[in-house]
Design a protein around this ligand. Structure first.
Ligand SMILES: [Zn+2]
Length: 262
């Protein structure tokens, strides 16, 4: 059994064949699929899918790129949806310095609000980071130091592609690293991952984005998680079964999935 901790199954790129995509995931052993949000409507779309399929779970957050125009009402809706029984994390939040640098201040403000929300709701926080590692880590450290419940801070550095040092920093802040297409496709990520403890690793596809070799360039889907697990087994010199077992345990523990129905 594998768990895809990050797949945007609600996006319209799956409208034509979503049922087949979910069936292929099951056939490949991907028993649970977690769906990070981008904006408020995406949370509702994910929750609709959770109602129709076992083994699916949603998250709630405003993606950093959405914070350019997001409102306080949007954030209030995210906060309220965190109490839904199928919402298992605050995500994805963070910083994106790749697409647009014109609203860094808004990104930071919303990022801090998401960190505090995750701590308040005692949920994991799923972090999106593009070219913003230094600020992201600094803000997490500041919020952790200022929090009266720092032990609740936990989550995933999603789509991990940084150095072993950043992985260690993430661990010290309570965060796992999410490995997907970037890990499979970029040699330097494998070097960092070799040093990370297995207990710190979860698997993800980020479908429909970032398909791993040998599917690179195609639309990604949760069934392709097996390629990520195979690559991790090779890098860590472990069996596929061992990688599946440990990464599944890590995800079950982080998201407390066994306490949730479905
Ligand atoms: Zn994503």
């Amino acid at each position: 059994m594998l768990i895809d901790t990050h797949a945007h199954l609600y996006l319209d790129r799956f409208d034509e064949d979503r049922e087949a995509v979910i069936a292929r995931a099951r056939a490949a052993g991907v028993a649970r699929i977690l769906m990070p949000a981008i904006d408020v409507p995406s949370i509702h779309r994910a929750l609709e899918l959770c109602e129709r399929h076992d083994g699916l779970f949603a998250m709630a957050a405003l993606h950093p790129s959405e914070t350019k125009e997001a409102t306080d009402e949007d954030f209030a809706a995210v906060a309220a949806l965190c109490d839904h029984p199928k919402v298992v994390a605050v995500g994805e939040s963070g910083l994106d310095y790749y697409w647009d640098r014109s609203f860094d201040d808004r990104q930071e403000r919303f990022f801090r609000r998401h960190i505090r929300l995750a701590i308040e709701k005692d949920l994991p926080l799923i972090l999106h980071n593009r070219e913003a590692t230094d600020d992201l880590v600094r803000i997490l450290e500041e919020e952790r130091a200022a929090s009266d419940r720092p032990g609740r801070m936990r989550g995933i550095f999603h789509s991990f592609e940084q150095t072993a040092e950043v992985a260690r920093k993430a661990a010290s802040l309570g965060f796992l690293i999410g490995l997907g297409g970037l890990f499979v496709n970029k040699k330097r990520v494998a070097r960092a991952v070799r040093e990370a403890p297995m207990k710190q690793i979860v698997l993800e596809t980020d479908a429909p984005f970032l398909a791993p070799d040998p599917m690179r360039g195609k639309r990604n889907e949760p069934a392709f998680l097996t390629y990520v697990a195979e690559k991790l087994a090779a890098v860590k010199e472990k069996t596929f079964e061992e990688v599946a077992r440990v990464t599944t345990e890590n995800a079950l523990r982080l998201f407390r999935l066994e306490e949730r129905a479905g």
